[in-house]
Every structure is written in structure tokens, then in C-alpha cells.
Design a protein around this ligand. Structure first.
Ligand code: AMP
Ligand code: ZN
Length: 490
């Protein structure tokens, strides 16, 4: 499978360092506020990348940090008159909660910067000993970019071009304006830890590098983040690893394109700033996933809020198709010979999976993969409409299972589609069908059978009462050639 590597500017064949295993790291959030949907786009992309690698059979170890000490956290804490640790704790919990709502799998390892001070100090010590870092007069420790012959290897920038083009913070304690802080000397009112260079706190770039080395070992297979992290964050991370341990930090560097809202950069001052929580409070997580995954992870994503409604409809179309395939399978004769329509649909199922894999193997092309899923939905709807009573149970089930399987790789849960019938069906089935169980799906089946029996007996009163009871729950009862079935009213 091919993955685009930021460092080499091309797609490369994935070659795991250890056979069958992938170690990957994605920079986590700075926990000073709810994350916005741009952050969410990046975390979603890597969730799907991880899921697909697992689908392909790799044993994936996924680590993601929480940056829980930082200027933004300290500023908020000071504004609100509480400690930085309290602010970090609140928004770490909020982040994890929103990730769960969005269907993002927990990382295997979630280090917090404030718990990793020792690992960072060890790395800084090595860099000082090897003359790649120095202690400044003000107590800060800086990495000396000029001491690294490889500096610029990731972003392709060279220091002299940078000097002409970029604004850098002027600071007389640095030997070179591009030197960056590994350790920041304590200031009054800021959290700090003791160190050989005086009390202070770690720099941001130092965190990820030390945690990767500690928990995954260097180099790792894949390091990811948003495109805005290529320079300076990831350039600085890799510089530290090269200089401290004579090893690259990662073999493949992956970066997601930036999310924009309705054609504009998202910012608080433009009033178009959306948190993930805002969006998930209004729309189902899977509809948001569907919308975001329609754009390739490396492209900029223009998030059009007015497309969310139609994405809800698209998700519904997918769920309804799986439900209908399962209903048809449950109601079809079990022993039928396969006919041309069955065989044709069977081929469409295999072709969809093949196309899905081909698209995902090509640098995780989720938009192509989704197109393969919806081609299968179209084929399934045609099969259901045309095959009538002659549905093949195994073929129909294979269609439903394949859609569920492929959607699951994208983190979209269709397995739950079956359980979505309202629980009130159980009472209705108790009343009209003598049903005594507790499953809405079983109750639905019994109700439909009871209605069928009433119709046969020309007991129109009961048949209508069952239909009214069902529609009263927001469901539609469809009489199809394959039998009656229920779906949610759109
Ligand atoms: P931060 O907390 O700012 O370090 O951001 C967390 C992650 O979100 C990083 O990987 C960023 O690159 C990514 N990110 C930030 N803004 C956006 C955006 N507008 N679109 C996509 N990813 C973003
Ligand atoms: Zn990082």
C-alpha cells in the first residue's frame, strides 16, 4: 500500500520496521479549550488510517499525547483564577469525551506532558552533552539549530532562506533566532519542575520527541499531525531525535490538510468558529464523519455547514439499505437456487470490497472508498427492487455484512442499525402478538406476522390497529414483494 511521505514528497510503499507491526504517533491537543472541528478533522483522519491498517492485518500501536502544560493553559488559568492543572484536567476530560462521541478509538498510550518531565530532562541532558543545546543566561535551555547539519530535512527549508522570509521571535538569550527552547526557566505564577538547569518547564517540541522515544522507540513507522505542524514543530522534533540518538524520529511523516469553514479560515474573530462539541450536539457523529471523509485527508477540507443535513440523509440511506437487505434475507426462502440477479449482486459485493481496498491502499483515499460503498448501495437497492420474492438469503446477507464491514473501517457503525427500532414495539407486540421478550427487532417481526395473519383472516380492524400502532412510533410499514418490513420515516 502507498502512503504519501511529507519528507520525500511522494507516495511510498509502506515498509513496516517490524514485520506486521506499525508504531504510530499523532500529536495530541493542547488542552486549554474544547477542540475545534479542524482539530477533529485531523484526529478523524488518523483514526481511519489506524483502523484501515488494522483491517489490513497490522498490529498497530498508537500513541497520542496531551499537551497539558503550555502558555495558553497558563493564560486561561490566570484569567479564571484557577491553577493550570485544573484547566488542563477539565479540557483533557472534555477532549476524551468528545473523541468518544465522535467514534474515535482511544490511543493505546496517552502520555501527558506533565507526567513525562524526567524523560524530557534526560533527552535535554544528552543534547547539552553533545553540544546541540546550551543553557542561556536567563536559565532557558535552547536547541542550537546550527549544530544540526540535517536541519530542514523534513520541511525542506534552509535556515538562510528562512532568515530572509520568516519572522522569528527576537530574543537576546538565543545564539541564533531559530534556536528553540527545550526548557523554559520558571516565571512567577507558572507551573515548574526542578531540573539541573534550574526550575522550569519543558518546551512543546521536546514533549512529543521524548514521549515517542520512551513509549514507542525511535524511529517509529508513522508520525502524523496537521499540515501546520510540519514547520517548526515536526522539524524541531526530528532535529532533536537525530541529534540526541542519531536516529530519525519517523520513517513516514503524514500531514492532514487544513479545514476551512464555508470557504473561510476558521477563527473566533470571523465568528465562524465551531467546536466539535457544537457540531455533535446537533448532528449524528457518523454523518459528520461521512461528510469529512468525502475529502482526501491531504486536501484542504472546505466544511460547508449546510451540507450536514444532506449528510444525515446520506447516512440514513446507507443504514436503510443495510436494514432492507437484512429484512429481505430474513423473509426470503432459504433454499432457493441462485439466479442471475443473485449472481450479479454477489459480483457487485465483491467488486465493491476490491475497489474500497484499492482506494484505501492508495494513500487512504476515503472519498474513493466511499464512492465504492455507495455504488454497492445502488446495486443493493436495484437488487431488492427487482428480485421481488426471489431474494437469496446468503447473497442478501453478504451484501449487508459487507456494507457493515466497510463502513466500520471508516468508523461508521452500521451494526447498530438493527437495534435502532424503538423499544415501544415490545409493548405493541405484547398487546397484539402475545410477545413476551424484550428485543425491539424480534417484536417487530412478531407484529408483522400478527398483522399478516389478521389480514389473512380478514380481520381488518386488528390489521389496521397494528399498522397505526407502528406508524405512531415514527415508523413506515412497507408491503414489498419480499414481505412487509419496517423502516424509520424520513
Ligand atoms: P493544536 O492543539 O493546535 O496543537 O492542534 C491539534 C491538531 O489539530 C494538530 O495536529 C493540528 O495540526 C491540527 N489542526 C489545527 N487546526 C487545524 C485545521 N484548521 N484543520 C485541520 N487540522 C488542524
Ligand atoms: Zn508533536
Amino acid at each position: 500500500m502507498l502512503i504519501y511521505n511529507t519528507q520525500t514528497h511522494r507516495k511510498e510503499e509502506l515498509k513496516p520496521i517490524e514485520d506486521g507491526k506499525i508504531r504510530m504517533y499523532v500529536c495530541g491537543p493542547t488542552v486549554y479549550d474544547q477542540i475545534h472541528i479542524g482539530n477533529a478533522r485531523t484526529f478523524l483522519s488518523f483514526d481511519v488510517i489506524r483502523r484501515y491498517l488494522q483491517y489490513k492485518g497490522y498490529e498497530v500501536t498508537f500513541a497520542q499525547n496531551l499537551t497539558d502544560v503550555d502558555d495558553k493553559i497558563i493564560n486561561r488559568a490566570n484569567e479564571e483564577g484557577r491553577s493550570a492543572a485544573e484547566v488542563a484536567e477539565e479540557f483533557s476530560a472534555a477532549f476524551i469525551e468528545q473523541m468518544h462521541r465522535f467514534g474515535i478509538k482511544d490511543p493505546d498510550i496517552r502520555p501527558r506532558a506533565t507526567h513525562e518531565i524526567e524523560a524530557m530532562q534526560q533527552m535535554i541532558q544528552i543534547l547539552i552533552e553533545k553540544d546541540h543545546a546550551y543553557v542561556a543566561a536567563n536559565g532557558d535551555v535552547y536547541f542550537s539549530v546550527r549544530s544540526d547539519a540535517h536541519y530542514g530535512v523534513l520541511s525542506g527549508r534552509n535556515l538562510d532562506q528562512l532568515r530572509a522570509g520568516e519572522r522569528v521571535e527576537v530574543n537576546e538569550d538565543k545564539r541564533d533566532p531559530f534556536d528553540f527552547a527545550l526548557w523554559k526557566a520558571a516565571k512567577p505564577g507558572e507551573p515548574s519542575w526542578p531540573s539541573p538547569w534550574g526550575d522550569g518547564r519543558p518546551g512543546w517540541h521536546t514533549e512529543c520527541c521524548a514521549m515517542i522515544h520512551r513509549y514507542l522507540g525511535t524511529p517509529i513507522d508513522i508520525h502524523g499531525g496537521g499540515q501546520d505542524l510540519v514547520f517548526p514543530h515536526h522539524e524541531n522534533e526530528t532535529a532533536q531525535a537525530m541529534c540526541a540518538w542519531d536516529k530519525a524520529l519517523a520513517n513516514v511523516w503524514m500531514h492532514t490538510g487544513m479545514l476551512r469553514i464555508n470557504g473561510e479560515k476558521m477563527s473566533k474573530s470571523l465568528g465562524n468558529f465551531l467546536t466539535l462539541k457544537d457540531v455533535l450536539d446537533k448532528y449524528p457523529a457518523d454523518a459528520v464523519r461521512l461528510l469529512m471523509l468525502q475529502t482526501h485527508y491531504r486536501s484542504a477540507l472546505d466544511f460547508q455547514t449546510n451540507q450536514l443535513e444532506s449528510s444525515v440523509g446520506t447516512l440514513e440511506r446507507l443504514k436503510t439499505c443495510v436494514k432492507n437487505l437484512r429484512w429481505a434475507a430474513a423473509n426470503a426462502p432459504q433454499d432457493g437456487e441462485l439466479n442471475d440477479a443473485d449472481r450479479e449482486f454477489g459480483k457487485a459485493v465483491d467488486a465493491a470490497r476490491e475497489e474500497f481496498v484499492a482506494q484505501m491502499d492508495d494513500d487512504f483515499n476515503t472519498s474513493g472508498a466511499l464512492a465504492a460503498v455507495f455504488t454497492l448501495v445502488t446495486a443493493a437497492n436495484k437488487y431488492l427492487a427487482e428480485a421481488g420474492d426471489d431474494i437469496s438469503t446468503p447473497v442478501s446477507l453478504r451484501g449487508a455484512d459487507t456494507l457493515t464491514e466497510l463502513a466500520d473501517v471508516l468508523g461508521i457503525d452500521l451494526a447498530a442499525a438493527e437495534d435502532e427500532l424503538p423499544h415501544e414495539l415490545v409493548d405493541l407486540a405484547a398487546q397484539y402478538a402475545g410477545y413476551q421478550g424484550d428485543s425491539a427487532a424480534d417484536a417487530a417481526e412478531q407484529l408483522l406476522a400478527a398483522r399478516q395473519a389478521a389480514r389473512k383472516a380478514k380481520d381488518w380492524g386488528t390489521a389496521d390497529a397494528i399498522r397505526d400502532g407502528i406508524t405512531g412510533l415514527g415508523l413506515v410499514l412497507e408491503d414489498t414483494a419480499a414481505g412487509a418490513r419496517l423502516r424509520r420515516a424520513n
